[in-house]
Design a protein around this ligand. Structure first.
Ligand code: GDP
Length: 458
């Protein structure tokens, strides 16, 4: 599955920039570099690894100059991929970068696939699979917190924990194996209880980390929060107030927002995508009805809702219907227009919905907006402090769930007094599930799925 050829790609984003980097990795990297690169002032001799050299890129045939560049060679194994890597820092024009990449390809390199540099780093043991995935998270991180989580994983924190669990599991498997190999000394009752307890402890540790997934997912992918309510309660004004800018046109004519407006905000490190939707109400207007339907779809997709109520009027039937009917776990009620005399009491709301997540705000004056932000954040991730290890990746979660289920089966089987060989399969499955996270147990499909998400050049 590992190809020995030399790959090349433009590692910087397309478009114009001060500089751009072309990356070459593989056994032929140095040879290609020497054919197209000449050091400044005619200096020659073998290049030292991990040094930056000033010089020029030339067309090998015509010897015409292409660009003035800085070039570095990082000889294996001290490189990102674990192979010989050459990086050429050239001027950041689309034509020049493609030209230099073309020269590298003409000298025997192959255009790299998406994520192929990182895939090679994984295959060469420079990082395990969960660390490679963290590299992608790092590239995509949108807030400080998401960056921090990705860096921790890239640094191997999750891997260390999975390794340790796997070791514990292997110890248990050795005890069970012994009972299978020497059936005449079948694990006596006491020992059996020990094994069951050890498996239970291990399962408990996995369950603990599984509980952090929702937390991690929200930080990594962002929370989707839908602002909803009947027309004219101030949804668009609230979106503007949360963004701190006039993003949406506000009118006093009900039913004017028809598309869903999407904007991103950062709530103390938690990335949140806000959706401002058309007012939810019964209507005969065909176009407005389409807007209402679109709103309902977004209500369903959202992780949480901010239901906006106009505090200066009594609850209408549309308000009541919304408060009673939103069947989503997380709802924050924003009682808006608190700058006006209030006609609404908390009792009116609690008659429709039992909720203590309520914020009194004025989208117009800005009063209560920072409290609302705090409450949305709390609604999403609670007030608990951050766990030491946070699960952010669905693939890891699925593997741990499989491991947890297999361990539970093993516990039950042993608890019911079955012979040791009956749990071997389950324990093996749990071990493989842990191995999948690290990439010690893997197949080409999994690798392809992971690395295809990367950009070319990473
Ligand atoms: P939407 O239809 O729910 O999106 O409501 P808009 O944001 O378009 O606001 C409807 C009307 O309510 C507009 O005339 C706003 O100026 C007004 N409005 C919105 N928020 C407030 C508020 O906090 N206080 C007051 N006094 N008026 C508001």
């Amino acid at each position: 599955m590992y190809e020995e050829d030399t790959i090349a790609a433009i590692a910087t984003p397309p478009g114009e920039g001060g500089i751009a980097i072309i990356r070459i990795s593989g056994a032929g990297a140095e040879n290609i570099a020497t054919k197209i690169f000449a050091r400044a002032q005619g200096k020659n001799g073998k290049l030292t690894s991990h040094r930056l050299y000033h010089g020029e890129i030339h067309e090998p045939k015509s010897n015409g100059m292409v660009d003035e560049v800085l070039l570095t060679i990082m000889r294996k194994p001290r490189s990102y991929t674990g192979e010989d890597v050459v990086e050429i820092h050239c001027h950041g024009g689309a034509f020049i970068t493609r030209k230099i990449l073309g020269l590298a390809l003409s000298q025997g390199a192959r255009q790299a696939d998406p994520g192929e540099f990182t895939k090679r780093a994984f295959l060469n043991g420079k990082m395990d699979l969960s660390q490679a995935e963290a590299v992608l998270d790092l590239i995509r991180a949108r807030t400080d917190k998401a960056t921090e989580l990705a860096l921790t994983q890239a640094g191997g924190e999750l891997s260390k924990w999975v390794h340790a669990l796997r070791e514990e599991l292997i110890d248990i498997m050795v005890q069970v194996e012994a009972a299978i190999d020497f059936p005449e000394e079948e694990i006596e009752l006491l020992k059996r209880q020990d094994v069951i307890r050890n498996i239970g402890d291990l399962r408990g540790e996995i369950a603990g980390i599984l509980n952090t997934y929702e937390w991690g997912r929200l930080f990594r992918e962002g929370a989707r929060v839908c602002i909803c309510g009947r027309p004219n309660v101030g949804k668009s004004s609230l979106l503007n107030a949360l963004l701190g800018q006039e993003r949406v046109i506000v009118t006093s004519v009900p039913g004017t927002t028809r598309d869903v407006i999407e904007e991103a905000i950062n709530l103390d490190g938690l990335p949140v995508v806000l959706w401002d939707t058309a007012g939810l109400r019964e209507t005969d207007d065909h176009v407005e009805q389409m807007g209402v339907n679109l709103s309902r779809q977004h209500v369903e997709k959202a992780d949480a809702l901010v239901v906006v109520i106009d505090g200066s009027t009594r609850l209408t039937q549309d308000d009541e219907a919304l408060l009673r009917n939103v069947e989503i776990k997380k709802v924050l009620i924003a009682v808006n227009k608190n700058d006006l005399p209030q006609a609404l009491s908390l009792d009116d709301i609690s008659r429709c919905r039992d909720s203590n997540a309520i914020a009194s705000v004025s989208a117009k004056s800005g009063a209560g907006i920072s409290d609302l932000k705090k409450k949305v954040r709390e609604l999403m991730i609670g007030t608990k402090t951050e766990p030491a290890i946070v699960l952010t990746n669905l693939r890891h979660r699925n593997a741990l769930l499989r491991g947890e289920t297999a361990l539970r089966r093993a516990e039950t089987t042993l608890g019911e007094g079955y012979a040791a060989e009956f749990v071997g399969v389950d324990l093996n499955e749990a071990r493989d599930a842990l191995g999948e996270i690290l990439g010690t147990v893997t197949n080409e499909d999994i690798l392809e799925r992971i690395f295809n998400n990367f950009c070319i050049g990473k």
